[in-house]
Design a protein around this ligand. Structure first.
Ligand code: GLA
Length: 509
């Protein structure tokens, strides 16, 4: 059988029917991608006028694939072999309806791609990878390049994963005696210096871009980052300009030591550094997606968008969330779910990264990454919940040790379609008890994505009436993980769900 992009680890694994390797014992539910092309990822994309533009069309199917884009506005250009659109965004503010197509020996796929040129970025939740929970203080230029390579080779990019983001520990750590990371944190003109593990930031971003992917960076509004590396306090304008000069596309702005200089704890004190950086970024000649990281202080979901944030962490670190009866991600998920009314295109609640696969321990970050201890069903629940919550989808595990089971969780096109839906609604909470959690996300086409989560330690039926879901009898019900239609009884959606697991379906009118 021939399936997926030629050479992709995902295609090989799924076609070969490999079961989860070291990471998790459990069935692979995601069917292999068809040999014919399928265009994935966002259907709507925001960009500012006249800024550099880069987008690699996410598309599964056997390579070589030939791409075309009808009505692509100048000066954008498409490379038909790689599917990478580049150039500059048009200067005229409007919505451009581009018709993407992809064809190979097995067939042809078409999809409309709305390019909304205006002042909003991240019209769908950003997707990518962040190094923190794998590499911590060990991060280097080499590891970032390897991650970019793996994002393509694994097939993840064909499903919409796009950002390759450096977290803490790329700058100089002023109190370190290690010559690799210590030394002067800034040059005589005040410009920030990467540590020796990052010899050339501009070249690194260019390498990531050469694959059609985007590069992300991290700093703090305080004098030091959380890991005590140089922060941007009193250098905000200069650092933002430098990050743009290096051609980065994403900035995580982590509160950390800002408490020391904040002055107080009023709402205004909490907002000030983010308002400042948000305003600086909006005036740069480069689109930089702005991620607020301040752990939900001052109910950031109420004002994150207003200060220029494209997404904001709603809680503390997921990796530090201790498991109770349920693993930590459920707790973070429950808290994040409550803020559903505050999410929308260009401004998302961020419940932190997807910590599955081979991943480090945030309590003992000197230890190398290890296979997750989450069960297969817990991992399906994690990815389903994040998709329903329209959360940024950032994988946090090791890109150099991707296994078939992990890729099956991360790369299900119908699951990702829920996350990337152009309507941009976060799922509302339909039921929340000690045993059951039901989320429902209205989709642009009038369908409803529903997650039935079983919070108990034994299999059980989980359900909601159609009245509770505010939906009439659906004409079609799709099991999204298995990508097949199922039958339900009239009046209610009630399905058997494994312990700590999920039934993730989409109801069509
Ligand atoms: C904080 C953030 C994490 C990570 C670390 C880096 O804890 O919440 O996501 O960025 O800092 O030091």
């Amino acid at each position: 059988m021939n399936c997926g992009s030629a050479g992709s680890i995902l295609a090989l694994a799924l076609c070969g029917g490999l079961m989860g390797s070291a990471a998790a014992e459990g069935p692979i539910l995601t069917p292999p991608p068809p040999a014919a092309p399928r265009i994935n990822g966002p259907r709507i994309y925001g960009a500012r006028p006249g800024r550099p533009f880069l987008f690699r069309i996410p598309c599964t199917g056997q390579r070589p694939i030939r791409f075309s884009a009808a009505h692509l506005p100048a000066p954008l250009v498409l490379d038909p072999a790689s599917g990478i659109i580049s150039g500059a965004t048009p200067k005229v503010v409007k919505t451009y309806r581009i018709r993407l197509s992809a064809s190979n020996a097995h067939g042809k796929a078409e999809r409309e791609f709305r390019l909304v040129v205006g002042d909003k970025l991240a019209l769908t939740p950003p997707m990518g990878w962040n190094d923190w929970y794998t590499h911590y203080h060990r991060i280097s230029d080499k590891l970032m390049r390897e991650a970019a390579g793996a994002m393509i080779a694994s097939g993840m990019a064909d499903f919409g994963y796009q950002y390759v983001n450096i977290d803490d520990c790329w700058a100089v750590r002023p109190d370190s005696s290690d010559p690799e990371i210590g030394g002067a944190p800034r040059n005589s003109d005040g410009s920030i210096r990467p540590n020796r593990r990052f010899p050339d930031m501009k070249a690194l971003a260019a390498y990531i871009h050469s694959k059609g992917l985007k590069a992300g960076l991290y700093t703090s509004p305080g004098p030091l980052t959380c890991a005590r590396y140089e922060g941007s306090y009193q250098h905000e304008q200069q650092d933002a300009a430098e990050f743009a000069r290096w051609d980065f596309d994403f900035l995580k702005y982590d509160w950390c030591s800002y408490s020391r200089v904040a002055g107080g704890k009023s709402l205004e004190d909490l907002q000030r550094p983010y308002r400042l950086m948000g305003s600086i970024l909006s005036k740069l000649d480069r689109d930089i997606v702005f991620n607020l990281c301040q752990y939900g202080m001052g109910d950031v979901w109420n004002w994150g968008a207003e200060v220029g944030g494209n997404c904001w962490r709603t809680t503390g670190d997921l990796g530090l969330q201790k498991a109770a009866q349920l693993p930590g991600f459920y707790n973070i998920g429950f808290r994040n779910a409550a803020h559903f009314a505050n999410a929308g295109p260009g401004h998302w609640n961020d419940p932190d990264y997807i910590l599955i696969g081979s991943v480090g321990n945030a309590f003992r970050n000197d230890e190398p990454p290890k296979p997750t201890s989450l069960t297969a069903d817990e991992q399906y629940s994690y990815m389903s919940m994040w998709s329903l919550m329209a959360s940024p989808l950032f994988f946090g595990g090791d890109m150099n040790h991707l296994d078939a089971f992990t890729l099956n969780v991360l790369c299900n096109a119908e699951v990702i379609d829920v996350n990337q839906d152009p309507l941009g609604r976060q799922a509302g909470i339909v039921i929340k008890t000690g045993e059951e959690f039901v989320l429902a996300k209205p989709m642009e086409d009038g369908s409803l994505a529903v997650g039935l989560f079983n919070l108990t330690d034994a299999p059980r039926k989980v359900g909601a009436t159609l009245a509770q879901l505010s939906f009439q009898q659906p004409r079609r019900v799709r099991d999204l993980w298995r990508q097949r239609d199922i039958h339900i009884e009239p009046g209610a959606l009630s399905l058997s769900v494994p312990a700590h697991g999920v039934a993730f379906v989409r109801l069509f009118r």
